[in-house]
Design a protein. Structure first.
Length: 226
């Protein structure tokens, strides 16, 4: 599916005017998660599913916050509205996974990834808004990569969980592109490219950490070279 098409109520809807595909190719993750991380994470599926529910709910809230904070241009409003609704659908699907597996949806300490990434944003507008959009794009990109890795790691042991994660990855990729397109609309391609570079570097530093606990956006440093 085209990066700027969101699936809403079974209908593919264009969310933004055509922009440079080279920008989408340039604004990508700087690092790749090792397979050993995914294999270890797959052993902690109940905790990951609880975290997934919290992350989907937070993602919906973030899109809704942008909906009220950004200009009232129709394509931007429509894109964010569809994005928020899709995140809520993912939240409901994750809750269903928890119910089917008899896992309680409980409070959980966050990994700190998103907060640390947002701390690298500019402190004042308008740069702050652009950076926050790019942070959202980075989070969606890492979610895409990690969910895909988890889906493959779970294929042999839990086909249902594998299908669940792999079914989400396409949406994560689209959400990344939507946030990039909105960032360009709020500034220009040169600004987005220059601001994306330090933020993506910070993101790669965060996921390179040797975290003890396994989180969807946690550090994979302990598994490098394994």
């Amino acid at each position: 599916m085209d990066s700027r098409l969101l699936l809403c109520d079974g209908v593919r809807v264009s969310t933004s005017p055509p922009l440079s595909e080279s920008l989408h190719d340039a604004c990508v993750l700087r690092s790749t998660t090792p397979r050993a991380w995914a294999l270890a994470a797959a052993q902690n599926l109940p905790l990951l599913l609880i975290e997934q529910a919290h992350l989907e709910k937070k993602a919906a809230a973030a899109a809704a916050r942008f909906l009220f904070a950004l200009p009232q241009e129709i394509w931007i409003q429509r894109a964010l509205s569809y994005l928020a609704r899709e995140e809520l659908v993912h939240f409901e699907r994750t809750l269903r996974q928890l119910e089917l597996r008899g896992i309680r949806y409980v409070q959980q300490a966050p990994s700190g990834y998103a907060g640390k990434l947002k701390a690298a944003c500019a402190s004042a507008a308008p740069e702050r808004v652009i950076d926050e959009l790019l942070v959202s794009a980075l989070i969606e990109a890492r979610s895409h990569e990690r969910m895909q890795a988890l889906g493959h790691a779970l294929a042999g042991t839990d086909p249902d969980a594998s299908e669940f994660y792999l079914d989400l990855v396409e949406a994560e990729a689209r959400h990344r592109c939507v946030y990039l397109d909105i960032a360009v609309a709020m500034s220009d391609e040169a600004t987005v490219r220059s601001r994306f570079q330090p933020l993506s570097l910070r993101e790669s530093e965060l996921v390179a950490a040797k975290d003890q606990a396994v989180h969807l956006h946690g550090g994979h440093g302990a598994y490098d070279g394994v």
